[in-house]
Design a binder for this molecule. Sequence first.
Ligand code: ATP
Ligand code: MG
Length: 361
Amino acid sequence: MNAPTPAPASAPGAAPKPAFKQKVFSGVQPTGNLHLGNYLGAIAKFVELQTSYDCIYCVVDLHAITVWQDPRELPKAIREVTAAFLACGIDPKKHIVFNQSQVAEHAELAWVFNCVARLGWLNRMTQFKEKAGKDRENASVGLYAYPNLMAADILVYRATHVPVGEDQKQHLELSRDIAQKFNNDYGDSIRAHGFGDAFFPQPEPLIQGPATRVMSLRDGSKKMSKSDASDQSRINLTDDPDTIAHKIRRAKTDPEPLPHDAKALEARAEADNLVGIYAALAGVGKAEVLKQFGGAQFSTFKPALADLLVAKLSPITAEMRRIKEDFAYIDSVLADGAARAQLLASETMKAVKDIVGLVRR
Ligand code: ATP
Ligand code: MG
């Protein structure tokens, strides 16, 4: 018998890894106002990756309901994230755009992963601790098991690359652990069914660039987030130019001028954040920004940053507003994407059932 392995590890001398077709998967939750962190940390990367990979981009509505969502608001939020994907330049014909709940295989594989992942692994997840807060006993079971569903989202397509913000790094590592433990526990069956030495790939996080963790404009130690009570803490993708300029003007900073050297930003969280945002929007590194603004006061830098934000975000905001009105179009994109995604996901699920030993039709 192939005994379950307690922890993932690539054993020395293990058989060479099979080559998996390179594929990108990522998701965004329809949980509220999309913000600059979602754009720079995730959606802008999604757009770039389209030229070099087959991509699957998902509105992860089953993740959203791990915390309470008003059923009257949720459909709007699902369509709004879809509109944002399209407005930012994701091509739903060349790639796949859909909402998670339309492809039941995500939830089905998540159940198998609930039985692969260990309680000890989930107990280490910092996002659960942050989101559950002090009232942990009252958090949903879904919020706790969220990372297993995320692993299923990725692995039901056997995706190899996952663009995410820095905050999702730990969940990605868990996905890799789950893939590895499944491959180990069911190794004999995987081989017996002709899938070689590993059925699931080890998905690689793609976390790169100067804005992988955009921070709150009010507190440089907290990530910019949809759920922050203060709207002043974030730039929403729906903000108009005046609101953007106002929020940047009021953004917390320190009294010093900007340094000439990026190393000096390490001890200055708020300054580091604003320089990182500028760098990401301009498509350069932080050092480049400091070449231009080193020695300048925030009274000079902030208006330049606001102008750049408005120049980059206004066309997206306008396009989002236009697309958002057209429910029929958005719903057709989601239906078409879901049908194409399901073809892929159902192949994986059939194989998983065979590997696990579940009798199927
Ligand atoms: P929630 O508070 O509901 O979790 P969120 O703002 O974290 O919302 P998600 O839908 O969970 O948004 O995340 C979507 C993507 O955006 C993920 O890849 C995540 O890593 C990225 N992301 C979220 N916040 C930031 C941020 N402040 N900086 C960079 N990337 C971010
Ligand atoms: Mg999040």
